[in-house]
Structure formats: structure tokens, C-alpha cells
Design a protein around this ligand. Structure first.
Ligand code: NZQ
Ligand code: ZN
Length: 386
């Protein structure tokens, strides 16, 4: 197990009716002007917008709105939000949405408090922001884990690069599972698959001997798989939504990564795919990961065999390690199909043939992976995903 320092400052308030129950007490009294950040139409359609505005008004806050944050938020949007926050002297940000709204809000919160260009600072040089406008979040789509970590993933459209920056985090997050009921079914599934992918990309990192983080990870993965099946059966089950919401936070709060160097090569490829195609993050991962695992499993067959046995429920039946590893990847693929998620880019309506070369050469190489891919292999994987 590697040495580690762990710290998490995000207060979690979980439960149905969360905004009314928790928000009035969580909003800092000294903050007068609150920037309410959100995405497209879903917030107003679901009625959450009216509920949040009511709470903000009743607690005596002035509201500055910043809407239109798109899925895969852009650097331009971050800059626009930071300008508005400065002009309006916003002293608190309330982000209401999924990973995209939260990430854009984190980045703009930091940009508003520094003269340095946030792209150069956080996203290129990986300098952690020390100052930002304090923020809280009301989660409406659970999967990225952005709610409990200090990461923001932003797309620089001009440079065709989708990168992670680190620093800003929310002071609190309201996790009300009922808020996710309005998500279109495929969005809800792709969000949950994103959580599962965070677990897998951590699990297939180094070291590959058994440590506590891996045992916990297996429990989280089994829980996500079980609850994705339940969500498919009954999309209205709030309890299942709650299980998936908490699993999303668990998968990316850093707790499963303690003592490990993570892999995340699948994410590196998917992020660049997103930079070129603006595709859904979770769907992209569903296509890429099984194909990628066929390329890397031989780097740690025992780990993939263990995944097959303990996570995918493959029976041992005298199989060799290699046979188990292959059966585990097959079972993952079958699960993706069962959840009606895509296994090829063509099923997502994507034609990436002309971008494969660039995507593979701009995706970052990982450090802790079962086997590090070369740019040529990444391109091969992308072509197999078509
Ligand atoms: O824009 P609106 O109208 O709100 O619609 C959104 C959006 O179109 C909709 N939506 C959200 N909540 C809803 C809802 N529709 C109905 N009812 C609700 N309750 O869902 C669509 C997708 O939302 P988005 O926030 O983009 O989804 P997600 O949470 O999957 O976030 C994806 C982004 O997060 C990044 C991804 O790369 C991508 O940019 N990630 C962030 C990470 C992090 N910060 O730690 C890690 C992840 O690996 C990931 O990279
Ligand atoms: Zn992800």
C-alpha cells in the first residue's frame, strides 16, 4: 500500500426533500449575493428552479443567475461565468445540476478569484487553486463524483482538449435522490456506468495485491451493478436512486484510491473523444472500457480474474486465470448490453474515423495502470470501438 494523506471538506446532506430541509441552514449568513448556476431547461422543467429561488429569497439572498452550462462545459463558459461573478460581486455560488454544472461552477469560482488564467494554471500546469468563491451544490445527476471531490473537467474547444483541473470543491452538497427521477433513462444509466468506471479504473491500478481499498471497491462495484439492474426494473424507485447517488460519491471521493496509483487510461481516451465529438461521458466509457480491457488484462491477469469472480459473479468452474479474466470482460460487456448502453461508437451516432489518430495522440498516458498503452494502441482501441 502506498503512503497517503487524505482530507475531505465536503459536508454531505442526504435525503428526500433535501433543498428545503437543509439549504436554509447551509447558506452562510454573511453571504448576500448568491450566484445560482445551472444548465439547460431541466432545472425549470423539474420545478427545482422555483424551489431554490424561493429558499434563496426567504433567506434574504440576492440572486445572480448563470445558466446555460452545457454538458461537457467549455472554457469559454467558465470565463463568462467568472466575469459575471466578478462584475456582480458574488460572494457565494449555488450550483444545481450534474457533473457539468458542478465542474463549470468550480472552475469559474476559482477563475473569479485569480488574475492568472485558470486554463494555464489548473489545467495545464496542474496548480491547485487556493482561493475560490465559496460554493455549495444541489445534485441532480449522480455519476461523476464531482459533488465530493476537487476536480473539474473542462473542454478547451479551440485546442480540442478536455482536461482535469484540481483545487476548488463545494463546502456542502445536497444529495436528494428524488431529484434524479426526471433524468431520461439512458442518462441515468450512463451516469451510473460512469460511477462503475471510476471504481474499475481504480481497481485495475497498482498495486494489484489485496488492500482494504480494493475490498471496499468490490463492495461499491457490486452495489452499483445490483442497483443499475433494479433501476432498469423500476426507474421510479427512490431508494435505488439513493444507493446509486451515494455510490457515485464513494467511487470518486478518493476513499477507494487510498494506497493506490490509479489507472484511468479509459478516462484519458474518453475525455479526448469528448473534446472532438462532445459525446456523453458515460456512454463513451461504456464503449471504450471493455475493448481496452482486452488489450491490457494480460498485464495483471490475477486482478482481472478476481474482478470476474468477485464483481461480475463468474463461476470458477476450474477455469484458468486467463480464462476467468476473459470471462469477466465478456460478463461486463453483457451487462452493458443488458443496461441498454452502447458497445460501439456507431450506436452513439458517432463517426470517429477521421479523429482516431488525433484523439490517441492527445490523450494522456497513465501511470498506475495494469499495462500502459502506447498512442498506437490507443488508436487501435478506438478503431476497434467503431
Ligand atoms: O442541461 P440540463 O437541461 O440541466 O440537462 C442535463 C444535461 O443535458 C441533464 N440533467 C441533469 N440533471 C437532470 C437532467 N435532466 C433531467 N433531470 C435531471 N435531474 O443531463 C444532461 C447531462 O448532464 P451532465 O451534468 O453533463 O452529466 P454528468 O453528471 O454525467 O456530467 C458529465 C461531465 O462531468 C465530467 C465529464 O467529463 C462531463 O464533462 N466528469 C467530471 C468528473 C469530476 N469532476 O470528478 C469526473 C468524471 O469522470 C467526468 O469526467
Ligand atoms: Zn468519469
Amino acid at each position: 500500500m502506498k503512503d497517503f494523506v487524505y482530507e475531505n471538506h465536503v459536508k454531505v446532506c442526504f435525503g428526500t426533500g433535501g433543498p428545503e430541509k437543509y439549504l436554509p441552514k447551509l447558506l452562510p449568513e454573511e453571504c448576500r449575493r448568491v450566484m445560482l448556476t445551472y444548465g439547460g431547461h431541466s432545472l425549470k422543467r423539474s420545478g427545482l428552479y422555483d424551489r431554490l429561488v424561493k429558499i434563496l429569497r426567504e433567506t434574504g439572498k440576492e440572486i445572480v443567475e448563470f445558466s446555460g452550462i452545457m454538458p461537457n462545459p467549455t472554457l469559454e463558459k467558465v470565463r463568462e461565468g467568472a466575469r459575471l461573478a466578478r462584475e456582480q460581486q458574488v460572494d457565494f455560488i449555488l450550483a444545481a445540476g450534474g457533473g457539468s454544472v458542478l465542474d463549470c461552477s468550480k472552475a469559474l469560482a476559482a477563475q473569479a478569484r485569480t488574475e492568472e488564467d485558470i486554463w494555464e494554471m489548473e489545467f495545464c500546469r496542474q496548480i491547485t487553486a487556493r482561493e475560490w468563491i465559496p460554493m455549495g451544490a444541489v445534485l441532480t445527476a449522480a455519476g461523476t463524483g464531482s459533488e465530493m471531490n476537487n476536480e473539474a473537467v473542462i473542454t478547451n474547444e479551440a485546442e480540442h482538449r478536455k482536461e482535469s483541473g484540481y483545487g476548488c470543491h463545494a463546502d456542502f452538497v445536497i444529495m436528494d435522490p428524488s431529484l434524479t427521477l426526471t433524468l431520461p433513462p439512458q442518462n441515468a444509466m450512463s451516469c451510473a456506468f460512469d460511477s462503475l468506471s471510476h471504481c474499475m479504473e481504480t481497481y485495475f491500478g497498482k498495486p494489484d495485491e489485496n488492500i482494504l481499498s480494493d475490498d471496499m471497491n468490490e463492495a461499491v462495484m457490486r452495489s452499483i451493478i445490483r442497483n443499475m439492474r433494479k433501476m432498469k426494473e423500476d426507474p421510479e424507485d427512490v431508494n435505488v436512486r439513493g444507493e446509486l447517488m451515494w455510490a457515485s460519491a464513494m467511487a470518486e471521493t478518493g476513499i477507494l484510491k487510498l494506497g493506490k496509483t490509479t489507472d484511468f487510461q479509459g478516462h484519458q481516451i474518453e475525455h479526448q473523444l469528448g473534446a472532438y465529438t462532445d459525446c456523453s461521458h458515460g456512454l463513451g466509457l461504456a464503449v471504450i472500457l471493455p475493448v481496452m480491457y482486452r488489450h491490457i488484462w494480460a498485464g495483471c491477469p490475477s486482478r482481472f480474474a478476481r474482478f470476474a469472480l468477485r464483481v461480475m459473479g463468474v463461476p470458477e468452474e476450474g477455469r484458468t486465470e486467463a480464462e476467468l479474466a476473459a470471462a469477466g470482460i465478456r460478463a461486463l460487456e453483457e451487462f452493458i448490453r443488458e443496461m441498454e448502453l452502447p458497445l460501439r461508437f456507431s450506436e452513439m451516432g458517432l463517426d470517429v474515423s477521421s479523429y482516431c489518430h488525433e484523439i490517441a495522440r492527445t490523450a494522456h498516458l497513465s501511470r498506475g495502470c495494469a499495462r500502459q498503452l502506447t498512442a498506437d494502441e490507443m488508436e487501435e482501441i478506438l478503431r476497434e470501438c467503431e
